[in-house]
Design a protein. Structure first.
Lengths: 156, 1146
């Protein structure tokens, strides 16, 4: 028996237009990390199942990211496409790896599924924010490859 | 007669396939030239070749026939008698059946058929035989590409040159052609095939002739190529592009009206496909074919075409990307792709062709009428759903295009839709003034209906477009009787009142945009068409001006209003509406001028200046007034500052000067013919200087001085020679009376020079701020003068500048440099007119000993017994104990040197030598003296050496303030390259020799200046040698915050080397130290651009060969990791990119 896709028919949304920042990139004022900056890093991560970005599948939005630059905390809340999506952990893992590459280690990154969007919400959250388990997951070569494919895919 | 053996040799050479192609070509040329020069007749040649032409060996026979054919190709203009041609064409025609040697036969036939008319051509009967043989013997589609192409060319040639003979073949011809072109795929051949169809159709113009029955077959061949789908790569077949093919097919499609029943349905069908390319092509083809097939034939398809166009436009609108900004928008700002654009073009075309028919279709169209019926619900822009906006936009664009097509269509659109819009806007079409005053009150409380407003403004704009286009023709006199004119006239007053009334309290960008646009359009109709009453015109101007005066915090509204005013201003005089022009001047121009001079007004000053300069640019006579106003304001402020010592207005004055320099002067330069104004401006500033000379106020404001000087330079630079002569005299007068240092005319003898020296030197320490001000302004005049302008008392002025230079007045040094640069003309006229030659000037600057110096190194005015005389050179070399003096002298020398360098004078060498000597000052003094405790010297020495190093920056860099083309400097081409290649080796050897760290670092600094200003191409050619110096320069420049700009420009050179192929070797060799240097620069705290560029450089380095950079990976990653935490977003983003690139090196 071949395993079917978990969500065979996701709703695909239009990519939002990239808003160019109104302020000059080279202005003299220091620019703190803001949600848009983080969103720009993660919006193009590919979904593990479909050749669409997380943005297109509405898994992420700019509003679902909060950041406190002073305390160095980033909180990302994402919404899996269906309640019992087993890919939620993979998506979370991708987000974590991507943020690790893009931000210095003193940022504390919390990744959660949005409340009520997943059947197994608590355990997913726990799994995603457990350092040991993340490290262990990334040592699994199959999982690692899946994550890398999502991060560097050019299929979109 | 050429020797037979030689001919045989060449024949053999060509026929032998083993010989190199170059030899064969040479042989062919030789033989052709023999025949051309009549050294060999065709008969003899053919006899000689007899064996090759008839041999049974296929290869040799093919080569032989080809040789004969090629020779004939080379003889296209050489007269040949008919008998020869007849027998030759007979031969080649016969050979067409010889498929093994076909190439030669085809080339031969072509060569003969294409012969020029005056050199003897193939007879008609022979041509017919060729055609018959072609039909019988050539299975075109089974040949190779090159041969197919020749076949098509032959066919094309026959059709074009011998149409009657070919036509007589009748049906046979059609069969031959269909057989030949069927299934062709090569682009070269296809272009020919399409053309063949086109020519064929012209041979049979009779619509009921044989062509009619074959049209279907022919089109079957053509139709399958539409739309051209071209998969060839770019470089391959670069000579045939998709465009060429598509054009060829298009002209084949449109070649005869007989194709119409086949073409239009096909195109319409493809238009409804989902392929964007097919849609665009269909629209283009229909457009082109419509004009060829004629109105009558197209009328059948009108309805389907209209529906397709409508669908194409409304389906191809993309989400609006543009917001309502000041640029002119199309409709509601939806992005229109190529499909929509083409559809609109087509709509205009077909409407022009079948006006009544299409107007009926459009006006009665259900979708359009639905939009108008529901328009009342579109109250405000933000409340309209996306779909509603789209249909509104589409309707607006469609009706606009129709309106613009012709007067009749304009009338029809207005008749059908305008009243409905006016109803929705609740504007009565009555003309009486009572009506609209009544309405006015009821409006103030009510919101405007946006949908109606948008369409109404678009209609008016389109109508105006149409009127403006027909402006030149005589027809304009009739336009006032048109319906649309009548309708506009009756509604305009109310419309203006309403628009003007409510433009203040709207908040929506879209509302603002269309209201201002509406006002602007309504008052810029030409007077013969729509005469807006003067009161209305005033009303509009008042409304817009009140926005300028009050609503400066709503930046969009403000900008739009200004744009509208400028547009109205540029239009108002077009028809000599002198009354309105007067109104404009008094309501707009004069009011904006008064803005500048008023202090109490609360419009921000930069906005005031923007308004002033924009409105001035609308017409020359407005500009004249504006310039006068600005000038008055500047002079008033200047005298406030310098006479009354009121420093508060300094900031404002700087802005005024900047506005004058940046906007006004460049506008005047572009427009031309207003130089007089600039001359007057300069004179009035000097008058102001004259007035200020008695005041005792000492004003020190570097910014103000710089701004004044810049405006002065630009204004003087744009003046003519005669004006400059007067300006210099005026300035000289002000200088000689205003400056506290006495100086006299020193035109003649040396005794007076001495006397003057004495005075000058005595006054050396008394150099007041006001002196500096006047002197700097005078120097500005000198800097900007033209080479032939006369300078009064040139020697005296040179002396004065020399004194000022030593006091640290840089403009004086720049003026000296400019003077020398412009004296460098070999024309004698200059020498006599200025009373001073280049030689004399050089004498004064370099060789005269102007100053006295005592034994203890103090500069003295009058010569005492223990003093010696010194000149500029000695001062530079440090004869005086005052090091500041030395620094000034070196900087001055550098500017003078730059003047010389630009004309390529050899004295530059001496200047360079002196500067280099200063660079090595501490080597010269030696350790012993330093150790002896000459503390003062050792502390000040670095500053001297540094200024010497920076002198190279002055010499090499392009300056904005002087010695550039704007200020009429003479610039020899490639001077930078030349200087770089002479000085760089010297610096290299000095660096190697130098043993003191201080002078080494200064030498690196000097080299860094040279490198960062030299053209990149020079650096690249020598990159290997320069790399180390460059890196050392980077680390030295990164020590001082003041050098950040220089550091950045040097880093840019490095990134140039990194990204160029030529620099790779140098980079590979120095990869290690390069990475060291770049990782240090990532943490450079003073300038973001440096950090960003350093990371970009590292990114570029990640593409080097892996074995070389892999060992450096850890070091780079560590450095970049820190940059992830950079305070600037741009740096962080760059760092993420770079980090990714380096981590993926594994």
């Amino acid at each position: 028996m071949t395993l079917g896709l978990i969500n065979a028919n996701p709703v695909v949304h239009a990519k939002k237009e990239r808003v160019a920042r109104t302020e000059d990139l080279h202005s003299d004022v220091d620019a703190a990390v803001d949600p848009l900056e983080i969103y720009d890093f993660v919006r193009d991560i590919r979904d593990p199942e479909h050749p669409y970005s997380l943005e297109q599948l509405s898994v992420l939005s700019e509003e679902s990211i909060t950041v406190d630059d002073k305390l160095g905390r980033i909180l990302i809340t994402f919404t899996p496409t269906i309640q019992h999506c087993s890919m939620a952990t993979v998506i979370g893992l991708c987000l974590r790896v991507k943020l690790k590459q893009c931000f210095p280690p003193h940022y504390k990154v919390d990744i959660k599924v949005s409340p009520g969007s997943h059947a197994d919400e608590e355990s997913v959250n726990k799994q995603l924010n457990d350092k040991e388990r993340v490290a262990a997951a990334l040592e699994n070569p199959n999982l690692r490859q899946l994550v890398d494919e999502c991060l560097y895919s050019s299929e979109l | 007669m050429a020797s037979t053996s030689e001919l045989t040799q060449h024949l053999e050479c060509y026929v032998d396939t083993a010989r190199p192609p170059a030899d064969q070509a040479a042989s062919l040329n030789f033989i052709t030239s023999l025949v051309n020069k009549d050294l060999l007749t065709i008969e003899v040649l053919v006899k000689e070749m007899r064996m090759y032409l008839t041999i049974t060996d296929n290869v040799i026979r093919a080569r032989g026939i080809l040789l004969l054919a090629e020779v004939l190709t080379g003889l296209s203009s050489k007269p040949l008698d008919n008998a020869t041609i007849h027998s030759l064409i007979g031969f080649f025609t016969d050979r067409l059946s010889d498929w093994r040697a076909l190439r030669g036969a085809l080339v031969g036939c072509l060569a003969l058929l294409r012969r020029q008319a005056n050199a003897g051509t193939v007879s008609a009967s022979d041509a017919k035989v060729v055609a018959l043989s072609y039909r019988e013997n050539l299975p075109v589609q089974s040949l190779a590409q090159q041969d197919r192409k020749l076949c098509f060319e032959l066919l094309e040639c026959l059709l074009q040159r011998y149409p009657n003979e070919v036509a007589s073949l009748g049906e046979d011809l059609f069969y031959a052609i269909s057989e030949a072109v069927d299934g062709e795929k090569d682009p070269h051949c296809l272009i020919l095939a399409f053309h063949i169809v086109e020519v064929l159709v012209q041979i049979f113009p009779d619509p009921s002739g044989p062509l009619a029955s074959f049209c279907g077959d022919l089109f079957e061949f053509l139709g399958c190529y539409f739309p051209i789908h071209f998969t060839h790569l770019k470089d391959e077949d670069a000579d045939v592009r998709r465009d060429d093919l598509s054009k060829a097919l298009m002209s084949a499609f449109s070649s005869t009206a007989l194709f119409e029943p086949f073409v239009i349905p096909l195109l319409l069908e493809k238009l409804s496909s989902s392929l964007p390319l097919a849609k665009v092509d269909s629209l283009k083809y229909i457009n082109y074919c419509a004009s060829r097939y004629g109105a009558e034939r197209m009328a059948k398809h009108a309805e389907t075409i209209w529906i397709s166009i409508k669908r194409a436009i409304s389906n191809s609108l993309e989400v609006p990307a543009k917001s309502f900004t000041s640029e002119p928008l199309l409709g509601l700002g939806f992005q229109e792709n190529e499909i929509a654009t083409e559809a609109l073009i087509l709509l205009q075309k077909v409407t022009m062709q079948n006006e009544a028919l299409f107007l009926n279709l459009v006006v009665r169209d259900e979708d359009i009428n639905n939009v108008f019926n529901s328009i009342a619900s579109h109250e405000s822009y933000t409340n309209i759903p996306l779909q509603g906006r789209q249909s509104l936009h589409a309707v607006g664009r469609i009706l606009c295009i129709i309106t613009k097509t012709s007067m009749a269509s304009c009338n029809r659109v207005f008749e059908s839709f305008f009243p409905c819009l006016m109803n929705t806007l609740e504007i009565s079409m009555g003309n009486s003034s009572k009506d609209f005053t009544l309405n006015e009150n009821s409006f103030s409380s009510k919101r405007f209906n946006f949908g109606a407003l948008y369409l109404c403004v678009e209609f008016i704009a389109a109508c105006r477009d149409l009127i403006m286009r027909t402006n030149e023709h005589a027809e304009k006199f009739g336009t006032a009787d048109e319906t649309c004119c009548y309708m506009l006239q009756s509604s305009a007053p109310t419309l203006i009142t309403t628009l003007a009334k409510s433009s203040n309290d709207v908040v929506d960008d879209a509302d603002i945009y269309f209201k201002v646009k509406g006002l602007q359009m309504l008052v810029t109709f030409p007077g013969y068409f729509l005469q807006t009453p003067t009161a209305m015109f005033e009303n509009v101007l008042k409304t817009l001006m009140s926005i300028i005066l009050v609503d400066f915090d709503k930046s969009l509204l403000w900008k739009l209003a200004l744009k509208a005013l400028v547009h109205i201003g540029s239009f108002v005089d077009m028809d000599h509406e002198s009354e309105k022009a007067q109104i404009y001047i008094s309501f707009v121009v004069e009011k904006t001028i008064s803005l500048v001079s008023q202090d109490d007004f609360n419009v921000p000053f930069p906005l005031k200046l923007e308004a002033v300069s924009e409105i001035g640019a609308s017409r020359p006579n407005h500009m004249l007034k504006i310039v006068q106003g600005l000038e008055d304001a500047i002079v008033a402020n200047l005298s406030k500052i310098y006479v009354h010592g009121d420093l508060k207005s300094a900031e404002k004055t700087i802005q005024l000067f900047e506005c004058y320099s940046n906007k006004i002067i460049s506008w005047i330069d572009e427009t031309g013919g207003l130089e007089e104004v600039l001359y007057r401006f300069v004179i009035s500033i000097w008058n102001c200087v004259d007035r200020c000379k008695d005041s005792s106020n000492q004003v020190q404001d570097k910014g103000l001085l710089d701004a004044t000087m810049m405006a002065m330079k630009l204004a003087v630079g744009s003046c003519s020679e005669e004006s400059q002569n007067i300006i210099i005299q005026k300035a000289y007068g002000a200088l000689s009376s205003g400056i506290s240092i006495p100086f006299k005319d020193s035109m003649d003898d040396s005794s007076s020079v001495k006397l003057e020296n004495l005075h000058l030197s005595e006054q050396l320490d008394k150099f007041s701020l006001r002196d500096e001000w006047i002197l700097s302004l005078f120097a500005s005049v000198i800097i900007a003068m033209r080479p032939r302008t006369h300078i009064a008392n040139a020697k005296g002025i040179l002396h004065l500048f020399m004194t000022a230079l030593v006091k640290g007045c840089t403009p004086a040094a720049q003026a000296l440099g400019s003077v020398i640069n412009k004296f460098g003309t070999p024309s004698n006229e200059v020498a006599t007119s200025t009373g001073c030659t280049l030689e004399e000037a050089m004498e004064i600057i370099f060789r005269s000993k102007l100053w006295n110096i005592t034994e203890d190194g103090v500069l003295r005015g009058s010569g005492t017994s223990h003093s010696s005389k010194v000149g500029l050179t000695e001062l530079c070399l440090g004869f005086s104990s005052n090091k500041l003096l030395q620094v000034h002298a070196i900087t001055g020398l550098a500017w003078i040197g730059k003047g010389l360098l630009l004309i390529g004078h050899e004295q530059v060498k001496d200047v360079t030598k002196i500067i280099l000597e200063c660079l090595l000052a501490d080597d010269r003094i030696g350790d012993s003296e330093l150790r002896q405790g000459l503390l003062e010297t050792s502390r000040e020495l670095p500053s001297v050496m540094r200024s010497a190093a920076d002198a190279f920056h002055i010499l090499m860099s392009d300056s904005d303030v002087c010695l550039n083309r704007k200020f009429h400097a003479k610039i020899r081409p490639l001077y930078k390259q030349r200087f770089f290649s002479t000085v760089m080796p010297i610096l290299h050897s000095l660096i190697v020799k130098s043993d003191s760290s201080l002078s080494r670092s200064m030498l690196f600094r000097a080299s860094a200046h040279l490198i960062s200003n030299a053209p990149l191409i020079v650096i690249l050619s020598d990159a290997k040698k320069l790399m180390k110096v460059l890196l050392d320069g980077l680390s030295i420049l990164s020590e001082d915050i003041l050098d950040k700009d220089k550091l950045y420009s040097l880093l840019l050179v490095l990134s140039g080397i990194l990204t160029d192929k030529c620099g790779e070797e140098a980079v590979l060799e120095n990869a290690h130290i390069l990475i060291d240097c770049l990782t240090r620069l990532i943490a450079y705290p003073h300038m973001m651009l440096v950090r960003e560029t350093a990371i970009q450089c590292l990114l570029a380095m990640s593409e080097l060969p892996r074995p070389r950079i892999f060992p450096l990976k850890t070091q780079v990653l560590q450095a970049i990791f820190k940059a992830l935490d950079d305070p600037k977003r741009a740096v962080r983003q760059e760092a993420v990119r770079c980090l990714h690139a380096w981590t993926s090196i594994a």
